[in-house]
Design a protein around this ligand. Structure first.
Ligand code: SF4
Length: 429
């Protein structure tokens, strides 16, 4: 791969491809699911969903065995008398919060997370957060965001959460790099180590592991996103005067190199030093990906919309694994954020935004892809029809960013194809 390759020319990519915009029946998660990875990342935060039993059930099933580990999330369930307006929901909320904070003095940040029911009855959680922040300051800061299915799709819950924090961050005039997006700790450590070896700093993270490490922001802050679904957070940071460094997302060897190089250039790092620092991990990543590209090369792939990771992942699969994307569906397309990935994605696939699931299933059937990336609701029915599928949710829960995870990322896509080949051999035997 070469950074100056003619393949970077926009006329060869998908930036100008007309986007098929669809609105209809959707098969996606609501933003509450973001709580599952956010509560693990922010070690002194608690996420209190103000919702119904449906919301509590969703969290329990999405969190799996984690619910037995005294997780830092829960649901304040709206009862019928709340919904009927017979009880003062705010008084009840204050009482629940006071009880929770007494029981869990380790909590420093409390998120009141809005849901469909709390939105429908127009419970003003923003005002409640302000009131409770006043009551519990300085020990606990209370925020509010919406994770409802009406307002948010899956990973957008993280975006809403981070965007809610941005206005409350302290101001600074320091020139700092802010890396934005929740990464598993092991991946975050690798990212910080690479940036330190390059001589880039100071580096801050949003979200931070603890409230005491929250970054400050101002006109000299430059920020790089590690997740493509952070449109509102991007806008909120720009409103605080910070400047975005657009870059391809750090998936695979190429994506990681381009992401790091965009940051390195901003901080005046020489190409020679950059190459010296990245040569060994790049070689490791390329080798690890190649082991899986053997299975993936020449195969076609179809993405249903799920997490907004679809465009960068299609770029990775096309350029590093030799796959042909036939359709790349995304819940939302944010050109300022995924533009560098669209530039690199070879011309050809349908780029679709939003969903009308029946029409998309018709297109998927007609395209007959070798691999279909979709949510759990579609995966088994499609398998039963003979399609090979990859559950999209794993791409969000598995460490997949940066060099050391490039092989694992490719493996997530090669595994279902290998399993299919093994099973069909078994049937033939
Ligand atoms: S927030 Fe809405 S979509 Fe999500 S679980 Fe609750 S009711 Fe369902």
């Amino acid at each position: 791969m070469s950074l100056d390759s003619p393949a970077l020319a926009p006329n060869r990519g998908c930036r100008d491809t007309p986007v098929l915009k669809e609105r209809g029946q959707r098969e996606v998660f609501c933003g509450l699911t973001g709580i599952i990875w956010l509560h693990r990342k922010m070690q002194d935060a608690f996420f209190l969903v103000v919702g119904s039993r449906t919301c509590a059930h969703l969290l329990q099933s999405a969190a799996g065995v984690m619910i037995f580990a005294e997780p830092r999330f829960g649901t304040a369930i709206l009862e019928e008398k709340d919904l009927a307006g017979l009880a003062d929901a705010n008084t009840e909320l204050d009482r629940e919060v006071a009880r929770l904070l007494t029981r869990r003095p380790d909590i420093k940040q409390l998120f009141l997370v809005g849901s469909c029911p709390s939105e429908v009855i127009k419970l003003d959680l923003a005002r409640a957060a302000e009131r409770l922040s006043g009551l519990h300051a300085p020990h606990v800061r209370v925020y509010n965001y919406s994770g409802s299915g009406i307002e948010t799709t899956f990973t957008q819950g993280e975006d809403a959460c981070l965007a809610a924090m941005v206005p409350t961050l302290a101001s600074t005039t320091a020139r700092e790099l802010l890396v934005v997006g929740a990464l598993p700790d092991v991946v975050e450590d690798q990212c910080l180590s690479l940036l330190a070896q390059l001589g880039i700093g100071p580096v801050r993270m949003l979200p931070a592991r603890r409230a005491a490490d929250l970054p400050a922001v101002g006109a000299n802050t430059v920020f790089a996103l590690v997740q493509p679904f952070l449109g509102d957070t991007h806008a909120a940071l720009i409103r605080r005067g910070a400047r975005h460094l657009p870059a391809a997302f750090p998936f695979g060897e190429e994506g990681t190199t381009l992401w790091l190089w965009a940051v390195a250039q901003e901080f005046g790092i020489s190409r020679a030093h950059f190459d010296a620092v990245t040569a060994a991990p790049r070689a490791r990543a390329a080798k690890a990906v190649a082991a899986h590209a053997e299975t993936l090369n020449g195969k076609s792939v179809f993405f249903f919309p799920d997490s907004q990771l679809e465009i960068p992942l299609a770029r990775f699969l096309a350029r590093e694994c030799g796959m042909t994307p036939l359709e790349v569906g995304t819940p939302f397309l944010h050109a300022a954020i995924t533009g560098p990935d669209l530039d690199l994605l070879p011309e050809g696939p349908v780029i679709s935004e939003g969903q009308d699931v029946d029409r998309q299933l018709d297109r998927q059937r007609a395209a007959a892809p070798d691999l279909t990336v979709c949510g759990l609701g579609l995966a088994n029915p499609l398998e039963a029809q003979g399609h090979t599928t990859k559950w999209a949710i794993e791409l969000v829960f598995t460490p997949v960013h940066f060099y050391e995870q490039a092989g694992d990322l490719a493996a997530l896509f090669s595994r279902p194809l290998r399993r299919k080949a093994l099973l069909s051999k078994g049937v033939a035997a």
